[in-house]
Design a binder for this molecule. Structure first.
Ligand SMILES: Nc1nc2c(ncn2[C@@H]2O[C@H](COP(=O)(O)OP(=O)(O)OP(=O)(O)O)[C@@H](O)[C@H]2O)c(=O)[nH]1
Ligand SMILES: Nc1ccn([C@@H]2O[C@H](COP(=O)(O)O)[C@@H](O)[C@H]2O)c(=O)n1
Length: 226
């Protein structure tokens, strides 16, 4: 079986991880695994992990490591035949160590976006909960304000995008992310990208992945997300 490709994208809330992950999934056929979306699915399904996670997310806090690693590792065990891009996990050094003990990563992308840009982006972020489709009134607005382009259902804003929860998330991110970034830099697989616009970062990420993803990534491992 040809080699699998496994990557992680790191970045603070609003940095464009989901936006870029969707482009990677569509361009390279990797499965995009969003830990945030997976948590929200568990919250909507009122699973034990979801009920617990909700109490942390609504305060802009991080879900405990043991809950996240159990959730994500069991999800990844279902994906052992696929190449994937993990979005939003690992968030902490403890999570990274558990992930690294289970899987060998090929690339870690880290987004470094100015604070004011993050705040502005999240102020204008709207989500279609059922599909996870993400809009932005300034960047990729829906055809009709407040309505999902495909389903016609109403859009919402994430509770933890509220300014007060966002401050907690942003403040916490820096401290928690640094050891994770240092770990992957030491492994020689970290690639950092800084800008205020995703459309300016994307060509560099795309060309990096074009050199790293095996050309013989079999169809069985390519999972089209749309
Ligand atoms: N103005 C602007 N908005 C952008 C850009 N890139 C992404 N966005 C929007 O900014 C918001 C955040 O982007 P996401 O891709 O959801 O960011 P994220 O890192 O996944 O965020 P979290 O889920 O909070 O971790 C969304 O509304 C995007 O549509 C950009 O270059 N410019
Ligand atoms: N490893 C993680 C990932 C996410 N969370 C919590 O979920 C919220 C939403 O995640 P996004 O990736 O969509 O921003 C996030 O703010 C955290 O509260 C987590 O705790 N650990």
């Amino acid at each position: 079986m040809s080699k699998l490709f496994r990557a992680v994208i790191l970045g603070p809330p609003g940095s464009g991880k989901g936006t870029i992950s969707e482009r990677v999934a569509n361009s390279f056929g990797l499965k995009h695994l969003s830990s945030g979306d997976f948590l929200r699915e568990n919250i909507a399904a009122k699973t034990e992990a979801g009920v617990l996670a909700k109490t942390y997310i609504e305060k802009g806090a991080l879900v405990p490591d043991h809950v996240m690693t159990r959730l994500m590792l069991s999800r990844l065990e279902e994906m052992t035949r696929h190449s994937w891009l993990l979005d939003g996990f690992p968030r902490t050094l403890a999570q990274a160590k558990v992930l690294n003990s289970a899987f060998e990563l090929d690339v870690v992308i880290s987004l470094n976006i100015p604070l004011e840009t993050l705040k502005e982006r999240l102020r204008h972020r709207w989500i279609h909960p059922a599909s996870g489709r993400v809009y932005n009134m300034c960047f990729n607005p829906p055809r009709v304000q407040g309505v999902d382009d495909i389903s016609g259902e109403p859009l919402i804003q994430h509770e933890d995008d509220r300014p007060e929860a966002l401050v907690a998330r942003l403040r916490h991110y820096k401290d928690v992310a640094k050891p994770v970034i240092d770990l992957y830099r030491a492994k020689g697989i970290l690639h950092m990208f800084s800008d205020t616009e995703t459309d300016r970062i994307w060509p560099y990420i795309s060309s990096l992945l074009s050199t790293k993803i095996p050309t013989d990534l079999g169809d069985a491992q390519r999972v089209r997300t749309h």
